[in-house]
Design a protein around this ligand. Structure first.
Ligand SMILES: NC(=O)c1ccc[n+]([C@@H]2O[C@H](COP(=O)([O-])OP(=O)(O)OC[C@H]3O[C@@H](n4cnc5c(N)ncnc54)[C@H](O)[C@@H]3O)[C@@H](O)[C@H]2O)c1
Ligand SMILES: O=C(O)C(=O)C[C@]1(C(=O)O)C=C[C@@H](O)C=C1
Length: 363
């Protein structure tokens, strides 16, 4: 039996538990510091067992997922180091910041257990086990931050377990992660909260503010309803990155002040045009769509049946192709096919096979 221990079975921990529970040879144990929460995990059928004992949850576990607020992670890593964990146990976390927990794990005495930081780039403004969903991570990116010294087979083992989430695994350096996620997740949460609180102030004197708040306000402020403790920990933890971003944000706002003071409509129009262009290029990640990230391009002669021929060739070599798209097809020039795969290994084998049979392959 593979034992998976989940500490903090809330939105993220509960969603992971749902992905793993009931899978062949897997047993999921949920840990909470509160008896009533542990009982709730069982009642809702999210875990196989629940306990308030750190030792009972962690010892004998093959995988440990720390799904508590970022501010508690270092204490958990330290406390786990005091136990006798199963040799080869993989400890991972789901925290929204990665540099501090990585630094803490480097210092911890984890014996024959290894730590690999993680962060699923999916979530919600809701919290608690009640908000957990089996589908939360489907097609989302899931960041892992292994150290250069982490033996590859541990990374492979965690990656293969995470296949149950149907997320796309990517590797990012912890500090780089915090810079990027500061800009695309943490700063937007601050902006949403500041905006809601601005309007809340006006609304105290005139209830029409809230009554008339329509799509625009609701779209940009959904995340202002996120859990206060979870977000307190994230922002305080990523302080340096956020201070830099907030100063840049202030100068972005100052340039809007200048545009309006100068009645510079052209500059306003250009700002919207540039933003719209960038936003339209962001990859779409709709639920139920398979988001393929391993891609190559091949030149193909422009004649009927060529897609079928390429697909059959890959199928005969047991290579899983997840999507094919014609990029260019004109009578006088060769066409280009974009081939997408869900796994690096499929891409590598496709490149070899297509090269062998004479196709020009590009990236
Ligand atoms: N909410 C999101 O969208 C999102 C997305 C990705 C990652 N994360 C990260 O996932 C982690 C959990 O967030 P969540 O959204 O699932 O929150 P949540 O509030 O839904 O769940 C947190 C869990 O931790 C427990 N907990 C809270 N404080 C604790 C403490 N001091 N000690 C022990 N247990 C404690 C809670 O009882 C709960 O079970 C955080 O580190 C967060 O940064 C959140
Ligand atoms: O969709 C949301 O509600 C989220 O806030 C998810 C979100 C994000 O900002 O994109 C929030 C925190 C994370 O650590 C990862 C994802």
């Amino acid at each position: 039996m593979t034992k998976i221990a989940i500490f903090g079975v809330g939105l993220i921990g509960g969603s992971l538990a749902l992905c793993f529970k009931g899978k062949p040879g897997i047993t999921v144990v949920g840990h909470s510091v509160r008896e009533s929460s542990a009982a709730k995990y069982l009642e809702r059928g999210v875990v196989d067992h629940a306990t308030t004992s750190l030792r009972e949850a962690a010892e004998g576990a093959d995988f440990i997922f720390l799904c508590v607020p970022v501010g508690s992670l270092s204490q958990y890593v330290h406390d786990l180091g005091q136990l006798s964990l199963k040799p080869g146990c993989i400890i991972t976390d789901v925290g929204s910041t990665k540099a501090s927990v990585a630094a803490c794990a480097r210092q911890a005495r984890l014996g024959e257990a290894v730590f690999i930081g993680g962060h699923p780039m999916a979530g919600s403004e809701r919290s608690g086990v009640e908000a957990a969903s089996l589908y939360l991570f489907e097609n989302a990116f899931y960041v892992l931050t292994p150290e250069a010294s982490t033996p590859q087979h541990y990374v492979d083992k965690l990656t293969s377990l995470l296949a149950y989430t149907k997320a796309n695994i990517v590797h990012v350096h912890p500090e780089e992660h915090d810079e990027i996620v500061g800009a695309i997740s943490h700063l937007p949460h601050i902006i949403a909260v500041a905006l809601v609180n601005l309007v809340r102030g006006y609304n105290d004197d005139n209830a029409f503010y809230g009554l008339l708040a329509a799509g625009g306000f609701r779209d940009i402020t959904r995340i202002a309803s996120s859990d206060p403790v979870v977000w307190r920990d994230i922002l305080v933890n990523n302080r340096d990155v956020l201070l830099k971003l907030l100063r840049q944000w202030q100068s972005g706002m100052a340039s809007f002040v200048d545009m309006l003071e100068g009645e510079d409509g052209e500059a306003v129009e250009a700002a919207f045009r540039e933003a719209g262009q960038f936003r339209s290029q962001l990859p779409e990640r709709r639920k139920g769509m398979i988001h393929s990230i391993y891609e190559c391009y091949i030149d193909v002669p422009d004649h009927p049946g060529i897609i079928g021929k390429v697909a059959t060739e890959l199928g005969n070599s047991a290579i899983n192709l997840s999507n094919v798209q014609i990029i260019e097809s004109r009578e006088d020039v060769p066409g280009v096919l974009r081939l997408s795969f869900r796994k690096q290994d499929d891409l590598d084998r496709a490149v070899d096979r297509l090269g062998e049979i004479g196709y020009a392959v590009h990236f």
